[in-house]
Design a protein around this ligand. Structure first.
Ligand code: ARG
Ligand code: ZN
Ligand code: CA
Length: 355
């Protein structure tokens, strides 16, 4: 586990010159008087090896990371944008942990730099359905998906009672409410849409997002290839912002089997709010940039028993950002909550949702 490195004001001042090559635009001297940010472990790129993980299970592919690589290859500015978001996220969390800065969106005292956003967050959700026949995706699926998102992000998942005592103190109520704001449907016979965002482009038979600065857009379609879903991380283009979920894995379904409880939505919305996979998409030395999640070397599948030890610590297999089956994932941590909330401060990529 790597942590943001904090240093005293004096040391920070000596390091100002080293930071000049950092592409971050918010590197003001003022920042260094408050906190020093270590970005040395930050990477947007994932080895194909690491993507494959330890299981040959064909239904689970890390397509959010695959889609990120595709987007990085098409958009030169994206890597810098994501670096800046990561830098600001680490700064906000470091300031919060030091008790400095003012809580974003609140009237707290302290420094001038906002730390994470504190307070309830409401996210309107627009569901964009591309179905093979009219009514294929049921109202029941839509309603149950919204309900599951609310349960999971408000710590009301009934499975959470099973959390091992080692992790019980870390369980977070993320305090995000999701409200259905609209449903759009088109019928299209295409049997598999892939992961290159065609379902978001009208000229390709898809549906364009509804104002992504104030809505979470979900697309429901047959992705194909046994893929459950994928998300776009913060920093990406507005035209493709949101989450894609395979028809059988959207909301509560029988067809989804062990993935039929709506938790693909929870996992993907976690990515949309900047969470990485809990194993950091790499071996033990790769992190998910969250201090209170134990490191692991690969995804876990099915319903692992506790303790499942990797990298010398018990894996938090029950975290929404692992790859276990839907009814065996039931927690976000306090550290993941901070990471998500750092997006909502003034100047942050999700600020428009709270203003
Ligand atoms: N494989 C997908 C992704 O990486 C989703 C995994 C969701 N897991 C689940 N139990 N529903 O984004
Ligand atoms: Zn994922
Ligand atoms: Ca971690």
């Amino acid at each position: 586990m790597k942590k943001v490195i904090l240093s005293a004001a004096l040391l920070g001042l000596f390091l100002v010159s080293c930071e000049n090559d950092s592409p971050n635009i918010d590197d003001t001297v003022e920042d260094f008087q408050e906190v020093q940010i270590d970005m040395s472990d930050f990477s947007l790129y994932v080895d194909q090896d690491d993507i494959a993980g330890k299981s040959a299970n064909s239904i689970e592919k890390c397509v959010s990371m695959k889609n990120l690589e595709y987007r990085l290859s098409k958009n030169k500015g994206l890597a810098k944008k994501m670096y800046d978001i990561e830098y600001n996220t680490r700064k906000a969390i470091a300031l919060k942990n030091q008790g400095k800065g003012k809580p974003g969106g609140g009237n707290g005292g302290g420094g001038s730099t906002p730390t994470i956003f504190e307070g309830s967050i409401t996210i309107p959700v627009v569901v964009n359905i591309i179905e093979q026949f009219s009514g294929q995706v049921t109202q029941n699926q839509i309603n149950s998906q919204i309900r599951v998102l609310n349960e999971d992000f408000q710590n009301n998942n009934s499975n959470t009672v099973g959390v091992p005592s080692e992790f019980a103190g870390l369980v977070a109520d993320v305090d995000v409410a999701f409200v259905l704001a609209g449903v759009n449907r088109v019928v299209n016979s295409k049997a598999s849409w892939g992961t290159n965002d065609a379902m978001k482009i009208p000229s390709q038979g898809g549906i364009a997002p509804t104002d992504p600065s104030s809505n979470l857009n979900l697309w429901v379609c047959e992705i194909g290839g046994g893929i459950l879903g994928y998300a776009q991380f913060p920093g990406g283009s507005e035209a493709t912002d949101g989450v894609v979920i395979g028809t059988n894995f959207f909301g509560e379904t029988n067809a989804g089997g062990i993935y039929g409880k709506g938790r693909t939505g929870t996992h993907e919305v976690g990515h949309w709010l900047n969470l990485r996979h809990i194993w950091g998409d790499g071996r033990c030395n790769r992190d998910d940039f969250v201090a209170d999640t134990p490191s692991s070397d690969a995804p876990n599948y099915n319903c692992p028993s506790y303790p499942t030890v990797n990298c010398r610590t018990a894996d938090m297999t029950m975290n929404y950002m692992d790859y276990v089956q839907d009814d065996c994932m039931y927690m976000f941590t306090a550290g993941q909550n901070d990471r998500m909330r750092a997006l909502f401060v003034a100047g942050g990529p999700k600020e428009s949702f709270v203003n």
